[in-house]
Design a protein around this ligand. Sequence first.
Ligand SMILES: [Zn+2]
Ligand SMILES: [Zn+2]
Length: 302
Amino acid sequence: MNKWIEKIPFKKIVIFYIILVILVGIILMVWIGRKFQSKINFVYDYHTIQENSYNWEEIKDNLQAMSDKSEDVVDILVLDNENKITYTSKKSEFADQEKFSLTKAENMPNGYFTSSTNDNIIFRLTSDKELMITTVLSNFDTEIQKESEDEVFYQENYQEKKIFLLSYLGNKNTGEKIYFITEMHQIPNGRTYIKYTLAIIMFLFMIYWVLLALYIYQNALKSKLNPYLWGGITLITNIAGVVIYLIYKQNQKTCFQCGALQSKNHIYCVHCGTKLNETCNQCGSVINEQDHYCARCGKKQR
Ligand SMILES: [Zn+2]
Ligand SMILES: [Zn+2]
């Protein structure tokens, strides 16, 4: 096993691996991006509108564009301080009335409302962040069933009803409100795409993890250290193992002839016998090249 590990050209592999990761990353981003484009656009547009909510006039310009682009938007309504509809982006059934008001849904948890004109419609109040997550993952039906207070009651009375998500922005100065009424359409096989993406990312990460352990194994082998120990430590602790390994190497001396790692005080390499250190011409102890006097006996060296 040691023979072939010694021959692994890690520099080339690392360069190849980085190129591979960048390529796969780009392909995944394009793949997922195209598949989820309408959802990503929705999140982006919603965020833009929210960011500009201090500039009410500017928001109104963006609402129509956002509504036109997204198939999930059922309607965007702007209401004045008396709940009168002053703007509708899709002229849906909700905009037929002059006013848009909500009443709390019976036997449902907080945050569920019914339309005052059609009680077969339920609105689930959704925070902005939740809306963005739901938009991408869009599988909230089972979640709603789970959180309704009485599941049997829900099955009997609400199963047939239409549920929409509702989120809103308010303008404190004018009392105006924007209601975003949305209905999330699942992307066909969207979850499978996400699963595959995560699997590919995991696989690339595993390759990196094993490569690093193999590299340390090879390096330890060259330094005549125990490759199983250091490779094993790196396989378990990854980067932490590498740091410990490098610190350990720092405090040792590498033989320039055979690469064996050993104590800094060795005069000769314990592996190949090459002279590693200068010695005092009187007492024979190890001295550094730049020392003028021996640290042990005080003899002048040059
Ligand atoms: Zn040596
Ligand atoms: Zn000496």
